[in-house]
Design a protein around this ligand. Structure first.
Ligand code: ADP
Ligand code: MG
Length: 148
């Protein structure tokens, strides 16, 4: 586990961008934390690192939004799937040639691959966040080691 403290939105995005720059096709990144913790903020930074030009917004009403970057980014917010056990074809995204980023992944835990980078964001106070990275593969572990 790797822990980072950030004191504003920009720092969180900067941290996320470093990760985004190192992601590879088929990577799955999960983002969990309370409402307002900074999951979407983090996703924006990941997208920046993936060279996505369009603005990334919360996909709450569509579940998945796809963006073009140096590879496709599939940005999911599965909050609405709480208690539904609905499989919207997650594996097709996980196995596609892009990166999948999932906000509220706890609600689809039964569908998640073991091979993922797990990110938890905790709100310490109004502006401070504790970001915990749990790499479940060697690739993600190497990636985490390089973060400054
Ligand atoms: P979530 O997707 O988890 O609901 P958002 O990223 O949409 O959260 O919102 C996070 C909110 O917290 C934003 O309004 C952002 O400006 C604010 N914020 C304050 N400090 C931080 C920080 N250190 N990191 C991320 N967001 C922060
Ligand atoms: Mg969000």
């Amino acid at each position: 586990m790797y822990k980072f403290k950030t004191i504003n939105e920009t720092e969180t995005q900067r941290l996320a961008k470093q990760i985004g720059e190192k992601l590879l096709p088929n990577d799955v990144v999960t983002l969990d934390g309370d409402l307002g913790a900074g999951k979407t903020t983090f996703a924006k930074g990941l997208a920046e690192g993936l060279a996505v030009k369009r603005t990334v917004n919360s996909p709450t009403f569509t579940i998945v939004k796809e963006y073009k970057g140096r590879m496709p980014l599939y940005h999911m917010d599965v909050y609405r799937l709480e208690d539904s056990e609905e499989d919207i074809g997650f594996d097709d995204y996980f196995n596609a040639e892009g990166v999948t980023v999932i906000e509220w992944s706890q609600f689809i835990s039964e569908f998640l691959p073991e091979e993922r980078l797990q990110i938890n964001i905790e709100k310490i106070d109004e502006d401070q966040r504790e970001v915990t990275l749990t790499p479940h593969t060697n690739h993600f572990n190497e990636l985490c080691k390089e973060i400054k």
